[in-house]
Design a protein around this ligand. Structure first.
Ligand code: GAL
Length: 417
């Protein structure tokens, strides 16, 4: 028999539990963090949200650089069913904001003082029309080299400091019968290498002219021909099976001692750490020789799609606040290989590569040599980026010589602008 008091108590309990379910709505998160190291970092985020009763509905779309994820996203939006939160890069965030698809994070951003701690270079992508539309979770950069230390020691190769020394080191490895350069032949990976190679050929000002300002003369210049020549040189150091290989498998070649070097963004470090490898002991991290002082960055941000449901909005705000907390930024980026997206996070828990990454980011910002990565959507919009990808990858696969590639690059960009 239910007496009146119990009835009221039960109703209250139901209300309370419904209430807590209401405030702890799920977030559906679309992302491309599917490699071992990426999944380990993603777990830090999942667990952080779980500790706050924010449920996680996983929507992984494999494919480094996120092209496949962005295709899935377009299909979901077209079907009228956007995910709540989406991993996104640079100009893609601005594109979606321009289409009015994103929600507004101003309340949480103001309450938590994001404007004071997020560097201007990132705010340029996290805000649209003065409104916060995305929460930056990290800063990666693309002009890194990952090296197997045992191979270098065995062959007596010192860490190269110039492009010429780097080529000599690659040659020495190849002569020893090992694979010099672990690489995956996918357009975005070829483009990732090109970010750094363009700087080795023409310096940071040239990179800006070509990729940020889209100066057609720079794109078709002799300096660009030299950049393509250098891509030809690198092409000579990859193994026969490079075509189509995923980036994390190329990292695994360096981790396992099959290859000496990989040119890849610092998400590669996540793979080394996930395999139990220690920087300075098992592997080395250094800037692509000839690019020291420059940092080509990309920042993963979580863009929140415009949802009408109040619970979903509350969950988005809670997720954004969580992502931006200094303790989370440290815990996550230590695992991911990136550095924090806020300037006030101590480097205490970071390994030597992470500490170096943080110092170099600050120095490059100061010197004016912190530049958005072309390959990872931080230099120009997707149409231009894809036009550049096509030429870079066609050249890498032998379709064009260096002269033709520079000419095609200028034409392709002009056509996509
Ligand atoms: C980048 C992204 C990184 C990493 C990488 C490979 O675009 O910023 O977080 O995931 O792709 O998947």
């Amino acid at each position: 028999m239910i007496n009146k008091t119990t009835g009221i108590a039960t109703a209250f309990a139901v209300l309370m539990s419904t209430g807590s379910v209401l405030h702890a709505a799920d977030v559906e998160v679309l992302h491309w963090w599917t490699s071992g190291g990426e999944a380990a970092a993603l777990n830090v985020l999942k667990e952080d949200l779980a500790s706050q009763d924010i449920g996680w509905v996983d929507m992984p779309v494999a494919g480094g650089g996120g092209e496949a994820a962005m295709t899935t996203l377009r299909a979901r939006v077209t079907a009228g069913d956007p995910p709540t939160a989406v991993q996104m890069l640079g100009f893609d965030i601005q594109d979606w904001a321009e289409q009015g698809a994103l929600g507004n994070l101003n309340d949480v951003a103001e309450a938590e003082g994001w404007a004071d701690v997020v560097p201007e270079a990132l705010q340029a992508f996290s805000k649209y029309d003065g409104n916060w539309i995305a929460a930056p979770v990290n800063v990666h950069s693309t002009n890194w080299v990952w090296a197997n230390k045992a191979i270098l020691d065995e062959l007596g190769i010192a860490q190269p400091t110039t492009w010429q020394e780097f080529v000599a080191a690659l040659q020495a490895v190849q002569d020893s019968g090992k694979v010099a350069l672990g690489h995956g032949g996918q357009a975005w990976q070829d483009a990732t290498i090109f970010d750094g190679v363009v700087i080795t050929a023409g310096g940071p000002e040239f990179y800006k002219q070509a990729f940020i300002d889209l100066d057609i003369d720079a794109l078709g210049s002799e300096t660009m021909v030299e950049a393509f020549n250098r891509m030809d040189t690198l092409r000579g150091f990859v193994d026969d099976n490079f075509s189509g290989r995923d980036w994390n498998l190329a990292s695994a070649m360096v981790i396992n001692g099959e290859a000496a070097f990989q040119l890849m963004g610092d998400w590669a470090k996540g793979e080394f750490l996930n395999a139990g490898k220690v920087p300075g002991e098992d592997f080395l991290c250094f800037r692509m020789p000839g690019t020291e002082g420059s940092v080509t960055f990309n920042s993963d941000q979580f863009a929140m799609f415009d949802v009408s449901d109040d619970d979903a909005k509350a969950a988005q705000a809670a997720m954004a606040a969580s992502i931006m907390s200094p303790t989370f930024q440290s815990a996550f980026n230590v695992v991911k290989g990136s550095v924090p997206a806020r300037t006030d996070v101590p480097d205490t828990d970071f390994d030597d590569c992470g500490k170096k990454g943080m110092v170099e980011l600050a120095e490059a910002a100061e010197a004016g040599t912190l530049m958005g990565s072309m390959a990872h959507g931080h230099a120009n919009r997707a149409a231009v980026k894809n036009a550049i990808y096509d030429v870079v990858t066609a050249h890498f696969n032998g379709e064009y010589d260096a002269e033709t590639a520079a000419e095609e690059l200028a034409n392709a960009v002009e056509g996509a602008m």
